[in-house]
Design a protein around this ligand. Structure first.
Ligand SMILES: [Mg+2]
Length: 255
């Protein structure tokens, strides 16, 4: 039996920091740069450009679009090289030492644990890069399931990413930090959205408002056509926001 409510939770920048910036990229890109005789920044820009190219192509295979090792090999190939080692191996090596849970995340998730509510990871990162970090940080047991692009061969913009959860539940709530992946696309799938934007983007006059008023009053950019349902300053506000959504839509919650 599936619970009536599913809360999809983004990982990177929402509840954790992965080891890519601190350890994986410096090692992987540093090696390419050294052997290609290129500045590290040039390699990084090439990787980011290749990633952006794949993201912009809706027909690009979702798994290859998110495969950092494939992207790194493609970029290195332009300098006539093959990458030694892999992001996958580096993630495993540095998952425990160079990643962390964001403040308030674990407390919020534990607060939200309830019989009627499934907590499900919804990350755009591939399982091979994300699962080792979830495990190292001890976060895996807090979730009913982990959805990655591998799960259903889709990205968050594709409804199939979310598998059967939307059909099997009455209320779907997406929680995340990225406007496109965590607000725009999930809203398009019919989910309620709880957004945690960069704090500096939230005008201070909105800080004292509640998350639902804030979401209406936030100065969205021209390429942000839909409003989030709730807008958080930090994760300590998450449990109450989820319960208020449940009360307003289903007429019940767990306290
Ligand atoms: Mg994120």
């Amino acid at each position: 039996m599936t619970q009536p409510v599913v809360v999809f939770v983004d990982l990177d920048g929402t509840i954790m920091v992965n080891p890519f910036e601190r350890a994986v990229w410096p090692a992987l890109l540093g090696d390419i740069a050294a052997r290609a005789g290129q500045p590290l920044e040039a390699v990084r820009e090439a990787v980011e450009a290749e990633y952006a190219l794949r993201q912009a192509d809706a027909a690009y295979p979702p798994l290859r679009a998110m495969d950092w090792d494939d992207i790194a090999q493609t970029v290195a190939g332009r300098w006539g090289m093959t990458v030694e080692g892999s992001a996958e191996a580096l993630v495993r090596q540095y998952a425990a030492s160079h990643s962390n849970v964001l403040p308030g995340a674990e407390a919020a998730l534990r607060d939200l644990a309830a019989a009627h509510r499934a907590l499900v990871v919804a990350t755009k990162g591939l399982a091979k890069y994300q699962q080792p970090v979830l495990d190292a940080l001890g976060l895996t047991p807090l979730f009913s399931a982990v959805l990655t692009p591998d799960s259903h061969n889709g990205l968050k913009r594709d409804r199939r990413f979310f598998g059967a959860w939307p059909e099997q539940t009455q209320l779907q709530i997406m929680v995340g930090d990225r406007y496109d992946d965590d607000v725009l696309y999930p809203a398009g799938h019919g989910f309620k959205t709880v957004w945690i934007p960069p704090l500096e983007s939230v005008p201070t006059r909105l800080h004292s408002k509640d998350p639902f008023a804030r979401a209406l009053l936030y100065p969205y950019a021209d390429d942000q056509p839909v409003s989030a349902d709730a807008l958080l300053l930090n994760l300590s506000e998450l449990p109450d926001a989820v319960r208020r959504l449940e009360m307003s839509i289903l007429g019940f919650t767990d306290r």
